[in-house]
Design a protein. Structure first.
Length: 579
């Protein structure tokens, strides 16, 4: 299936991130690294790497499609195998439609996530407005002041009926919203809670939390990014936990304070501020505080040296397996058109001449070739070359239904365990990507149409350049025998309301790429080079996505003889061929 370049790059980047995060999540467990400060730096660095990954790897440049060459008489070819009637049964939507739908869903999700973030900030502001300060006369005021001095951070503590767990936010004037039950808690619990929230303020963790919310909103569709952010937040909470225990020397009281907030998280889930305890973190946070975690400095450095090498290898492997791609260059190299035309003429046209069409196509191709060699263009005294109409083929850009087909050459063989005949045809692997059993086909010989049929089987995809398909024939004329050379056209899908243009019969123009073409202008006196973005391909047509309009007349012949000329003069107008 043909997919847009942006969609392909998005999928490949997502696959790269998935592989990287999968390996990065396994390695710390393998080396038994559990120190929260080390893991916090590790997860942050990994999150940054996933975001800059597209900018630190080489992008592969897609090849440019050279001007298309029409080597054979289209009417003669069509008489050998007329296109089948339009397929009326339902077809699975094309990749272009699927990609557009997914793109709209992704963008819609990003907009929704940012809207929820803004609403969360508004809700946080409302919570602040509805809260009440803790007066100096309250017994808790002395405990809070003592914790401010111990931690070395200042913040305003307020009571709120809208939160069930402490919430910290703000940069210039930090605020800590406490549940109304805070005043009734044991003094040890109050000290532990206040110390925890003030440490977040001293570390400016709310700003980091907001950045993570933005990243999560943009990449909401990728579970690996969400998982990385959850690892960062867990490690940050574990760092704060250990610091609280060090400052208060009250491990048991702090653990009991955490357990006080294992329920009642629903009302703070929709605000962009870290809660005192996220229930998903409870087991890992308590487990760390109950165990002594230690690793020598030398072992830690050695472990991260090995981890870094492993991750570098994973990045290289993922970039090679799922390479990001750039669009083709705007202008083709000077001899690029000749190379493509030569490859197509020698490969496809040669195969046709030696296979189904025998002398018919060979004669046509030879005639056209002789015309090309003698009179395609001569340069005038100026820098703008001349091209004779008698040497070029022209088609007009149209809009309407387009039947996608693939074409293969082969022979009639006896079906396995049966006396019936089957057309066994060979197709280029690139053309057989969308081939499926059951698709209708038209089979012809050099004498004309032979029979209708449908695809029964397709050879597995290999590293080779071709694949084989068997076409079961509905009815075979009497006297038809095995070994007869056949030309087979297979219907892939019918596209409605498509902008398209003719291409060389059997050419291998790359789908979803750019083509350097010459458009006829100035009442047919000149042709200028334009770049068109092409979409899905068929045997004789290709979809136009951008760069051309209905009615544009395009030269389909090989124009390599004019090099990189941006404009050519057209002469001998009486020999224009109407397509």
């Amino acid at each position: 299936m043909n997919m847009p370049l942006w969609f392909s790059n998005l999928l490949f980047w997502s696959a790269q991130v998935a592989l990287l995060v999968l390996a990065a999540g396994f390695l710390p467990r393998l080396f038994q690294i559990r120190q929260p400060p080390v893991l916090l730096a590790y997860w942050r660095a990994l999150l940054l790497i996933t975001l800059v990954l597209p900018f630190v790897q080489p992008w592969h440049r897609l090849p440019t499609i050279a001007p298309v060459v029409l080597l054979t008489d289209a009417d003669t070819i069509r008489s050998l195998a007329p296109p089948a009637p339009a397929v009326t049964h339902w077809h699975f939507p094309g990749m272009q439609v699927i990609a557009e739908g997914i793109g709209i869903a992704v963008l819609g999700g990003i907009v929704l996530r940012f809207a929820l973030l803004v609403l969360g900030l508004v809700r946080l502001r409302r919570f602040l407005d509805a809260s009440a300060p803790i007066t100096d006369s309250a017994e808790s005021a002395a405990i809070l002041n003592q914790m401010r001095l111990t931690v070395g951070a200042s913040a305003e503590f307020r009571l709120s009926a809208n939160v069930d767990s402490p919430v910290t936010f703000g940069l210039a004037k930090p605020i800590v919203l406490l549940p109304e039950s805070f005043l009734a808690m044991d003094a040890r619990f109050q000290s532990a809670i206040a110390c925890h929230e003030l440490l977040h303020i001293r570390r400016r963790d709310w700003a980091q939390h907001l950045v993570e919310e933005i990243v999560r909103a943009v990449f909401w569709f990728h579970p690996a990014i969400a998982w990385l952010i959850s690892r960062v937040r867990l490690a940050r909470e574990q760092v704060v936990d250990l610091e609280v225990i060090r400052l208060t020397n009250a491990r048991k009281a702090y653990l009991e304070a955490l357990l006080e907030f294992t329920t009642g998280q629903a009302r703070i889930a929709a605000i962009p501020a870290p809660p005192f305890l996220a229930e998903r973190q409870l087991v890992e946070r308590i487990s760390l505080m109950l165990k002594e975690v230690h690793m020598s400095r030398g072992k830690l450095i050695a472990s991260f040296g090995v981890i870094s090498c492993c991750l570098a290898a994973v990045v290289g492997l993922s970039a090679r397996s799922f390479p990001l791609k750039r669009p083709p260059l705007e202008s083709a190299p000077k001899s690029g058109g000749g190379g493509v035309a030569g490859g197509v003429s020698g490969g496809v046209a040669g195969d046709v001449s030696g296979g189904v069409t025998g002398g018919v196509n060979g004669g046509v191709a030879d005639g056209v070739s002789s015309d090309f060699s003698g009179a395609i263009s001569t340069r005038a005294s100026s820098d703008i070359p001349n091209v004779a109409y008698s040497t070029i083929w022209i088609d007009t850009v149209k809009r309407g239904p387009m039947l996608r087909q693939v074409r293969g050459l082969g022979t009639l063989v006896a079906a396995k365990d049966s006396t019936n005949l089957v057309a066994r045809v060979t197709l280029p692997a690139s053309m057989a990507v969308d081939l499926q059993p059951g698709q209708p086909a038209a089979v012809a010989t050099e004498k004309g149409p032979l029979a209708r049929g449908h695809v029964s089987s397709i050879s597995p995809s290999t590293s080779g350049d071709t694949r084989t398909a068997d076409v079961v024939l509905d009815a075979v004329p009497e006297g038809t025998s095995a070994g007869l050379k056949v030309d087979t056209w297979i219907d892939i899908e019918k596209l409605d309301n498509i902008l398209y243009i003719g291409v060389q019969n059997g050419s291998r123009a790359l789908p979803n790429s750019a083509a350097s073409l010459y458009k006829i202008v100035n009442d047919g006196k000149e042709a200028v080079r334009v770049t068109a973005k092409l979409g899905r391909t068929s045997v004789n047509t290709i979809e136009v996505l951008d760069g051309l309009q209905v009615g544009d007349k395009i030269i389909l012949s090989d124009m390599s003889s004019v090099g990189n000329a941006e404009r050519v003069h057209l002469t001998d107008e009486q020999h224009v061929r109407k397509q």
